[in-house]
Design a protein around this ligand. Structure first.
Ligand code: 9MR
Length: 568
């Protein structure tokens, strides 16, 4: 394992801003002004957060230091989540493209940022390419992977049926082939529940941003074919998901995993035996929903055979869930890897039933929904009802009888916007939990869906505030997407990044972000802030704040691609 990565502040930051950020401690002068480290769109609101006594600020050209704007920030407001008093420095009227920095009291500087129409293009592309880097069973070639090229790991052609998954047709120890798919996160296992929401999110992004997606070259091996690259990337995981279904009964195995997490070695050195672990109702339903949605979408791209395969697979997984609705997953005694356990499945039933109905037109599926038990929240791996809302509101022909999907979506989005407008940090997040950054990205996905359906600019503005948060205007001053901005997360809890001998982490990954769920994950509670919004450690050991995951990157792709496609 390599030692803690150090970012080349001197070459990156201070070449632009002499004397600043070299190196920045968390509380140094450079970190008293928080900006979106990518920057701002010319015609959109532009605000920085000042943690300074002084309210007066200037914006200057980062190269020439010529002042182009002077202003006075708002009075400071206390943000209880971070313990900071935040002034908002508004320079929205500055629209001239360029590279700038904020200056306060002639001595306190922000990181440099751009004003430009393509300000999020690199972040958007990197976020999508991160999935390629996390492919299992495939070598990452330098043509596409650059310095992060690596040998293939985990062919997964000899996976064993675990005792928990043994059936008459497939007794314990039966060899099954289940190749491909993405590694879930910083670990090397593959989990259906988390794959479902991640694959759906990419397919939904493709579906709702078809023209834009078609124009994006991800620089991946399938680039020469006629399909959009984002579709190719999603298919890499969808095809794996299909192998996770037991052909004898339609049931879907919860995960493909080693018994315990592998060490911090490269994929091809992580060779412990892998197993298919027991089927679960959550896996059945998430699989059914994703495959049903894919089936509808693939027809548009001429993939009729695969579409039919997905339709059949979805229907049989759904039938299996009906036959065995009580398979709530928890790890067998000898398995200690990620659980993705969920004992509340009303939302999974809603999502899967909606997708089956949209695929088949058969209203019978909707009778399996217990509407009074469904909670519509911000999407996450354990809360998927809102994904059904996304599908129902994607186009106006998709209606569910006696159900106002757009009204539900709007009320979710309206509550988020209202919370943001009231927040000193312009954030709608109610609670910082494991993967907090992904909740913000998923909030944005809902708001952008509401924006597409209504053209109400408030949703777009609120989404941009979320983007600014993720890219640096937050309680720590980190840009939470690797390889992006002046102060990105560096020491991510990601096995290839830790073991590849490359100084910089694999780019384009959204780290989980601040939360206090496991304050001692580095065995040093003192190194983490006690404020939830600041409780983040850019350390390899901080699996609860500095890991990456496919279900966190997928909504990052959605929000950045939505912005890039909308504001051009
Ligand atoms: O994202 C998951 C988070 O919601 C849970 O609180 C946490 C603990 O169960 O697990 C997270 O998911 C991890 C998964 O179990 C294994 N791969 C890495 C995932 C991200 O940390």
């Amino acid at each position: 394992m390599k030692s803690v990565k150090t970012f080349l502040w001197a070459t990156v930051a201070s070449s632009v801003v002499a004397g600043c950020c070299n190196p920045p401690a968390a509380d140094d002068a450079c970190n008293l002004v928080r900006v979106d480290q990518c920057g701002y769109l010319p015609a959109s609101a532009k605000q920085a957060f000042l943690l300074t006594d002084s309210a007066r600020f200037a914006v200057e050209d980062a190269q020439t230091h010529r002042v182009v704007y002077r202003g006075e920030a708002s009075p400071a407001r206390y943000w209880a989540e971070s313990g900071d008093s935040i002034r908002i420095a508004d320079f929205s009227s500055l629209s001239e493209p360029g590279r700038y920095r904020i200056v306060v009291a002639d001595s306190i500087y922000s990181h440099p940022f751009r004003i430009s129409a393509d300000v999020y293009a690199d972040a958007a592309m990197a976020a999508a390419r991160a999935f390629y880097f996390n492919r299992s069973g495939m070598a990452i070639d330098s043509i596409w992977g650059g310095q992060w090229a690596r040998p293939a790991g985990h062919p997964d052609t000899c996976v064993l049926i675990h005792s928990s998954a043994a059936s008459e047709a497939r007794p314990e120890g039966t060899v099954v082939s289940s190749p491909g798919g993405w590694y879930d996160a910083g670990d090397y296992n593959k989990y259906i529940v988390n794959s479902g929401i991640s694959t759906y999110t990419l397919l939904y992004t493709l579906s709702t941003l078809a023209d834009y997606s078609d124009s994006q070259n991800l620089n991946i091996p399938e680039g020469a074919d006629s399909l959009p690259d984002l579709l190719n990337e999603a298919l890499y995981n969808l095809n794996w998901m299909l192998t996770m279904q037991d052909p004898t009964d339609g049931g879907v195995y919860h995960k493909l995993t080693t018994l315990a997490f592998e060490g911090f070695v490269m994929p091809h050195k992580a060779v412990n035996q892998r197993y298919l672990v027991t089927k679960s109702t959550a896996a059945d339903l998430d699989f059914a929903a994703t495959a049903a949605y894919a089936s509808r979408l693939l027809v548009r791209y001429g993939l009729t055979d695969l579409s039919a395969t997905c339709a059949t697979a979805a229907a049989s997984a759904y039938r299996h869930a009906l036959a065995e609705p009580g398979n709530i997953f928890s790890n067998p005694a000898d398995v200690s890897t990620g659980e993705y356990g969920d004992d509340t499945l009303a939302d999974e039933w809603f999502w899967a039933s909606v997708e089956m109905y949209l695929l088949t037109g058969d209203g019978g599926y909707l009778s399996n929904i217990e509407m009074d038990k469904v909670e519509f929240g911000v999407p996450s791996w354990s809360s998927v009802a809102a994904l059904g809302l996304l599908s129902l509101t994607e186009d106006t022909t998709a209606a569910m009888p006696d159900f106002d999907a757009l009204g539900r979506l709007r009320s979710l989005a309206d509550n988020l916007v209202a919370a943001q407008e009231a927040s000193p940090a312009r954030l709608g997040l109610a609670k910082f939990e494991w993967g907090s950054n992904s909740f913000i990205a998923n909030e944005s996905m809902l708001k952008m869906a509401a924006f597409r359906a209504t053209a109400d600019e408030r949703y777009l503005a609120a989404t941009l505030d979320d983007v600014h948060y993720l890219l640096g205007r937050n309680a720590t001053g980190y840009c939470y997407e690797t390889g992006i901005g002046s102060r990105p997360s560096m020491n991510i809890h990601h096995r290839p990044s830790a073991a590849d001998g490359v100084d910089r982490p694999v780019p384009g990954f959204l780290v989980g972000g601040p939360n206090l769920d496991v304050p001692n994950d580095c065995n040093d509670a003192a190194s983490r802030s006690q404020y939830p919004a600041a409780a983040y450690a850019d350390e390899l050991c901080s699996y609860s704040t500095n890991e990456i995951a496919i279900n966190w990157n997928a909504p990052l792709v959605n929000v950045l691609w939505s912005i890039c496609a909308t504001v051009r």
